[in-house]
Structure formats: C-alpha cells, structure tokens
Ligand binder design. Structure first.
Ligand SMILES: C[S@@+](CC[C@H](N)C(=O)[O-])C[C@H]1O[C@@H](n2cnc3c(N)ncnc32)[C@H](O)[C@@H]1O
Length: 299
C-alpha cells in the first residue's frame, strides 16, 4: 500500500533553492525524488522537474500525490537509476519535451520512509529480513552478501564502505555462525556482541549497516557514473547540487568537482561544503551529517 503521508523532510531546502536559483518554466532534474520534498519546492518556484528514483514505492507515492503536476506538464517522474540520466534527458530533448536542463540536484542515500519501512531491512531498529535494496529489481540483498562473500571480503567491505575499525572481528563472527544472520536484529545483536554495547551516539551496528547498504545498491559507482552525465546535460551557467550523508559519497563528489574546476569547466561555488543550520538539525536530527556542495558550469 502506498503511504500518503511522507515521513521524510527535505534537507537544507533554503540552501538548495538559493543555489538552484529557479527560473520560471525552466527544467531542473531532481535525481533523487524520494518523497518529492525538493521537487515540489522547485515547482512551487515556477520550475519544471524531471525526477528520478529507482524505488518503486517512491515513484508510486509520487504518482499519487503529484498527479496534477504530472498532468499539467510540470513534472516527469522516471523510475530508473540516476545513472540513466544522460540517456533519459537526451530522449526527452529529442522528443522536444525538455528544452534544456538548468540545474540538477542529488540528495543521496535513503529516505526516512525507506529507513522506517517494516519490510525493507535498512534499520537495526526494526526486525525485518536483511534486504536493503532501494531498487527492488536488484538481484542481491544484504543477506546474500553475508552468505556469498568470504571473511576477508566482508571485512574489507565493512572497513572501506563503513569505516568500521572492528571490521575483521565482525566478519569473523559472522562467518563463524552456522548460517550468517538473515534479519536486521540478528545482525545488530551479533555486531553489538563483538563491539560491546558501549554508550555512545551511534548504535554499534551503524557502520556495518551503512557499508552493506552502499554495497547492495552500488551507491558510489552510481554517483561516479551519474555526475558526469548531469554535467553533460546541463546548460552553460547551470548548477549541480549534491547533498551527501557519509564520507564515501562526499569523497566522490569532491574529487569530481575538483577535476572539473582544474579543467576550467566551471566554478566551484562551495570551497567548503555547506552544512545545515543549528535550527534545522534540532528540528530534523537526520540532517546533522548533511554536506552540500555546488558546482556551476562555465557559460
Ligand atoms: C534522501 S532521499 C531523497 C529525498 C528527497 N530529496 C525528498 O525531499 O523527499 C534519496 C532517494 O534517492 C533514491 N536513490 C538513491 N540512489 C538512487 C539512484 N542511484 N538512482 C535513483 N534513485 C536513487 C532513493 O530511493 C531515495 O528515495
């Protein structure tokens, strides 16, 4: 059943709108529709949006709550990985539907609605099969990874994608079970046993869950592939905005933006990433790790 109330609050909306500088009737791309928070703000400012999400639930939700915007030709919803951005926009331009792209927004990661879903397996806080696929057409789940990867590969994954310092011990504990954990709570319990339930800000399993989610959804490869496509599709003077929530994502963006600047392809608007204001973090604690970067294509 599609939920009609979104739990997700769009992050850093003022900063996004300021830097997109939306002009009426121009087209923008929201590469990560989620619950459509940013998309609807762009449209409220008079812009038109092509929005991507590879999660069936997000697109179903969007079709139900944005049907009037779709009918009015202000929103095109595309159920696809954002690494299809170039192909999709080229098609829309060839058909004369989109006449140019003036800004592209990437708000990476999962929506709160995905995290809180009782069935998707993203959170250690609720019992669910260890799935973690944002795109339900993907073949491999987090539980599959725990089964097919060997101890060394798992340790590498936890360390490289999660920055987990006890990666080796955790991988060893998983592989020494008769069968690896198949649910969120089984995995969370095992990791907590290995690390000890120390009092701290983060749940002991946070980094392991993050690492598995990144691997299941090939998140870093998707970003690496999609950003150059977004740049290619942008009009001169157009803007790319990214919002990252962990080091891995931010590193890929930072490196690409730096390369583009060196190659005189445009201007790095944010020398240092912008972070949310205190008030936003208070109202929406999930925003606390957000880092926003902006690149403007040369005219
Ligand atoms: C943080 S949420 C976006 C929230 C949105 N800005 C809002 O205000 O509601 C990220 C969304 O991007 C989607 N997503 C993540 N990686 C994607 C990819 N490679 N291709 C398409 N969608 C992706 C997820 O399914 C999720 O719905």
């Amino acid at each position: 059943m599609t939920k009609l109330i979104a739990l997700h609050q769009p992050v850093m909306r003022e900063e996004v709108l300021k830097h997109l500088n939306v002009k009426p009737t121009r087209w923008y791309v929201d590469a990560t529709f989620g619950r459509g928070g940013h998309t609807r703000q762009i449209i409220n400012q008079g812009g038109k949006v092509v929005a991507f999400d590879f999660d069936t639930e997000a697109i179903k939700y969007g079709k139900s709550i944005c049907s009037q915007l779709i009918q009015a030709g202000k929103l095109i919803l595309v159920q696809a990985n954002f690494d299809h951005l170039d192909q999709t926009l080229t098609n829309l331009k060839e058909k004369g539907i989109v006449d140019g792209v003036w800004g592209v927004l990437f708000d990476f990661g999962t929506s709160v609605d995905q995290l809180k879903s009782p069935t998707r397996g993203f959170s250690f806080e609720r019992e669910a099969p260890l799935d973690m696929r944002m795109d339900l057409d993907l073949a491999v789940t987090a539980a599959d990874l725990l089964k097919v990867l060997d101890q060394k590969q798992l340790a590498k994954l936890f360390f490289e994608y999660g920055g987990e310092r006890q990666a080796k011990k955790i991988a060893q504990a998983i592989k020494s079970q008769p069968t690896p954990p198949e649910t969120t709570t089984e995995l969370a319990k095992l990791v907590s046993q290995v690390k000890g339930n120390k009092k701290g800000k983060l749940h002991p399993a946070t980094k392991v869950f993050q690492a598995l989610r990144i691997a299941v959804n090939t998140e870093l490869e998707n970003i690496q592939n999609a950003l150059p496509q977004a740049f290619k599709q942008l009009e001169p003077g157009g803007t790319i905005i990214t919002i990252s929530f962990h080091e891995g994502e931010d590193r890929v963006v930072k490196r690409l933006f730096k390369d583009w600047k060196k190659a005189n392809k445009g201007q790095l608007i944010t020398k240092k990433p912008l972070t949310p204001k205190e008030k936003e973090v208070r109202l929406n604690p999930r925003s606390r790790s957000a880092k926003l970067r902006v690149f403007r294509k040369a005219r």
